[in-house]
Design a protein. Structure first.
Length: 130
């Protein structure tokens, strides 16, 4: 298994966050999200964050997303609540190569990301020109 970069290695100047934690990461992933405490504001504060998930069963992603919402709020993230993307029974919609093989799920992901990106762009300060 490839080792993940620690949270503190995340690019602080980024206007938003894209984090992927495996469902099996459970409490350890949630714990590592707020370590070290001095990096919380730099990484999360007022940055747009969205939550999506896929799980092998029917409810894992629902439970995981419900667990992340209060944590991200406590970390000061600008939590986007404009949509939810839940992909149960992921093996049926994601091929062995990691590509989405279900057109409805692919469309839902595209709509979700388009909406979130629009939100993030409206919330983020304009880029400084060099």
């Amino acid at each position: 298994m490839r080792r993940r970069a620690p949270l503190r290695a995340a690019p602080a100047p980024s206007p938003g966050n894209w984090r992927i934690w495996p469902r099996r990461g459970g409490m350890g992933a949630r714990y590592s999200a707020c370590r070290p405490p001095g990096d919380i504001a730099r990484v999360f504060a007022a940055k747009p964050v969205a939550i999506i998930g896929a799980s092998p069963g029917g409810f894992g992603t629902v439970l995981a997303q419900n667990a992340w919402w209060p944590i991200l709020r406590a970390l000061g993230a600008d939590l986007w609540t404009g949509g939810r993307l839940l992909v149960p029974h992921a093996a049926k919609v994601i091929g062995a190569d990691g590509r989405i093989v279900d057109g409805a799920v692919e469309d839902a992901l595209r709509r979700f990301l388009d909406s979130f990106v629009g939100y993030a762009r409206r919330r983020s300060p304009p880029a400084k020109s060099a």
